[in-house]
Structures are given as structure tokens and as C-alpha cells.
Design a protein around this ligand. Sequence first.
Ligand SMILES: COCCCN1C=C(N)c2cc(S(N)(=O)=O)sc2S1(=O)=O
Ligand SMILES: [Zn+2]
Length: 260
Amino acid sequence: GNLWGYGKEDGPSVWHKHYPSAKGNQQSPIDIVPHQVSHDPSLGPIVLNYDHCTSISISNNGHSVVVEFDDSDDRSVILGGPLVNPCRLKQFHFHWGGKGCCGSEHSVAGKNYASELHLVHWNAVKYRTYGEAATAPDGLAVLGIFLQTGDDHRWLHMITDALFMVKFKGSVTDFRGFNPKCLLPSSLHYWTYPGSVTTPPLHESVTWIILKEPITVSERQMSKFRMLLFTAEEEDQRMRMENNFRPPQPLKGRKVRSSV
Ligand SMILES: COCCCN1C=C(N)c2cc(S(N)(=O)=O)sc2S1(=O)=O
Ligand SMILES: [Zn+2]
């Protein structure tokens, strides 16, 4: 059964009933207000060593579309910036809206983007497994990239062309040789703050690193995400996968820092 979702009955406003972290002191996403951000000159650049990336599969988990990576060694890591230890790339996924409206999870001075890409990494230096890291305050590092609509993105078709294979919840298919480096904007300038995973169990285990520069994708490419379904093939009620984002949460005194 689905313990949680994005609908009226099981959406973000009632997640606290099963997931107490929902009312915690460092929940995500947040609204980032640039002129309230403190510039921290000690924050170095982030480095993404994705060269020997090892994507394995693409799947529909009933909440988003997820590309999983082989994280059995340190071939694909994020390091530098606010991170003490390099963190291994485990998966990436997206959050998006309905036609033409909002869709991102973080916002910038109240502005929402059409979508937000999350590259999830875990601290394999300090923790033995991903599951262990996912519950530790310094366990995860998620790189967030905003998607705005405009021209076609020259590489996103590699993902959107595969979406028909994972239309239904629970579907998975091979997805090898994809390097997410092709989804990065030209600048790696970022904001960073301590937060949580934005879906249940809402563990407060994430060092968020949000890139300031969005990437551009077309409305046509975005529409392909909306042909995915929240529901499994055997379910009668088909529900289109869209608006799978959590709204901004209280900052509760946290500092958002910026690299430049
Ligand atoms: C074994 O750990 C399970 C709990 C944590 N994970 C499950 C998510 N739904 C999730 C959401 C994430 S998001 N939207 O904050 O990037 S990262 C992430 S996750 O780290 O992959
Ligand atoms: Zn996410």
C-alpha cells in the first residue's frame, strides 16, 4: 500500500501523522532568499568526479523516476564545498509540476522552477551502508539543480526517451553508461544549508548543495515526465505522476551560506 503520496489524503500536509520528522527543526525544502544568505569565503568549490560513472537502471518508484548507480566504490563522488568527506553518488531523481506551473521543491525568493533534479550521495567514509548514512546528520549530500523551460536540453532526451519503459509504479529497466555530468549547468556556484530528505521518512541527514544556475529544458521534454504514473499497471485508477514536490518548510534559524 502507499503510506504516503502527493494527493489530498496522503500528501505533505498529513505526512507528520506517520513521519514525526515532518515537524522537525531542519526540514527541507526551503525558500532561499539570496540577500539573507551569508557569503562564506571558507566555502571552496564543489568537485564532481563523475567521469567513471556507473549508471545501472532507471525505475518508477511510485513517487518519482530514479536512475540508480553502482556505489560499491568511490568512482563517482562529490567532494569539497561544505563537505568533510567525499560522498558517493547513489541515485538521481526529479520533482516536477503540472503543465506550465511550479514543480521545484526549493524556491528562490518565492520563485519556483518547473522542476528540480536531485543527485543523492552518501558518506561511505563514515558509514558502512547507504541506509545507515540516510539516518545520520552528516550522512547524505544532495545536489539540487533547477530546471527552467525554454529550448530543448540537448542531453535530457537520453532520459525522456526511456520514460515510456517505466510508465507504471514498480517498473525498472536497464540504463547503462549515462553520465549525469551532461545535466550540469555551466556554473557550480551554490547555496548550502543543513536539511532533510524531502520525502518520507524525512530524515534530517542532508547537506543540501543547490546550484544557483538552472538548466534549460523544453516544455515538450517536461511533458514526457507527466506521462509517468503514480499507479501500478494492475491498479484500476490511473494517476498521472505530477506535482510530486514538497512545499517550503520553516527555516527555524538555519543559516544558508553561499560560495560566491
Ligand atoms: C534507506 O534510506 C531511505 C530513506 C532515504 N531515501 C529515500 C528517499 N525517498 C529520498 C529522498 C531524497 S530527496 N528528495 O531529499 O533528494 S534522498 C532519499 S534517499 O536517501 O534515497
Ligand atoms: Zn528529491
